[in-house]
Design a binder for this molecule. Structure first.
Ligand code: PLP
Length: 384
């Protein structure tokens, strides 16, 4: 295997200090047989979501007492795990999701990767895992985008979806925080998340299952939250819906979020509302960006509780005009209809395809992400 240090390939990038540990270098172990250009072009042309993967991955090991070590960019390949590997039993796992976009000049840029690095750090703390230094997170995603740059789709709506994640991999069945972790980044060429066109998604109100409770892990981006949401998601699909909207775990009245997206309500007076970050909601970076962009545009944004009953009544009266879901994968998607066993209603008075505020915010955000509009908040990080 050829081993070339990425430091020598990208001499401007210095070795990363590792929280007081020795500085780390990323070894580049190039794929011995990367995908041929024509095969790659065919895959990237119409990738769907989450099925087309690039040639490489980043791997960094953590060992208690030694810290993070052996950072490498290597050929993407299956893992070998001991059957007693801790994550397989106690689900100590966290992840992130962010995108690299083609810029108008043929380069690539990531959107707010520093915010993902910070959230990943906090998720690790909540799950009693070894936090990854934010600088190391940033360097890892940057290097994967550099090495797999040809996998970034240039088609409208396309991007390279980056999936950093960490698992507990100590071989031990005792219940305690693992002494060993494996941090990895994989990348997937993606088109748009929802197959449907402009019409909004239909969401199913979960009656029995909740996503997160006070004191739990709702604010951490961990796989376990998703595992707990899948029965409701399957129920949604059985009932002809695209996504689930979860209510609070205590009273089952307040709207929290969808399985993997935050939610916004737009009122007749032009103001916005989104549920507050009080521990049971995932602090979305798209959510935060939308709050900022809406306020930039002079719109009032409240972070406040909103019940399903209020939603139904306000949609009927016309007070509530538009509702949308937001997250990295789907950006901003109108919510068209809301359904539960008792029936269905149109989510907002503006209709099932969303409305002007949703559309304007989506365009403002996408234009910044793709580098076709000014970036007043310094959100776009150029990779090359
Ligand atoms: C990732 C995620 C979001 C959206 O977060 P972004 O940073 O905007 O991608 C919302 N809700 C849940 C449960 C999530 O896991």
């Amino acid at each position: 295997m050829i081993r070339v240090s990425l430091v020598s390939l990208f001499p401007s990038t210095k070795d990363m200090p590792m929280d007081g540990h020795d500085s780390i270098r990323f070894d580049l172990q190039p794929h011995p047989a990367p995908t041929a250009a024509d095969a790659r072009a065919a895959l990237v042309a119409n990738p769907g979501f989450g099925r087309v993967f690039t040639d490489h991955m980043v791997v960094i090991d953590y060992t208690e007492g030694q810290g993070w070590h052996d950072a490498r960019v290597t050929a993407r390949a299956p893992l070998t795990l001991d059957p007693a590997c801790a994550v397989l039993h106690y689900a100590q796992e966290i992840f992130e999701g962010l995108k690299a976009y083609r810029t108008p000049t043929g380069g690539a840029a990531m959107f707010r990767p520093d915010a993902n690095a910070r959230r990943f750090y906090k998720s690790a703390e909540r799950m009693a895992m070894a936090p990854l230094p934010e600088a190391l997170f940033l360097e890892s995603v940057r290097r994967l985008v550099q090495v797999d740059r040809d996998w970034i789709p240039s088609a409208e709506g396309g991007s390279l979806y980056l999936r950093p994640f960490m698992i507990a991999n100590e071989t031990f069945l005792g219940v305690k925080p693992s002494a060993q972790y494996l941090y990895m980044v994989i990348a997937s060429s993606v088109g748009s998340y929802f197959k449907g066109g402009a019409d909004g998604v239909t969401v199913w109100v979960s009656q029995n299952d909740t996503r997160a409770a006070s004191g739990g892990t709702g604010a951490a981006k961990c796989g376990g939250n998703y595992a707990a949401s899948l029965r409701a998601q399957a129920e949604a699909v059985r009932n002809g819906c695209d996504q689930v909207v979860f209510l609070d775990a205590v009273e089952r009245r307040r709207v929290e979020e969808l399985g993997g997206m935050n939610v916004f309500f737009v009122f007749q007076d032009g103001s916005l509302l989104t549920p507050p970050l009080d521990g049971t909601i995932l602090p979305g970076i798209t959510r935060d960006s939308i709050i900022t962009l809406a306020r930039d545009a002079g719109l009032a944004v409240r972070e406040a509780h909103y019940t399903l009953d209020e939603w139904r009544a306000d949609a009927a009266s016309g007070k509530l005009q538009e509702v949308f879901a937001c997250g990295t994968a789907a950006v901003i998607t109108p919510i068209g209809r809301i359904r539960n066993p008792e029936g269905e209603f149109v989510a907002g008075a503006a209709g099932t395809a969303g409305g002007p505020v949703t559309q304007r915010l989506r365009k403002t955000l996408v234009d910044i992400q793709r580098g076709t509009a000014p970036d007043p908040h310094g959100w776009v990080h150029t990779v090359f």
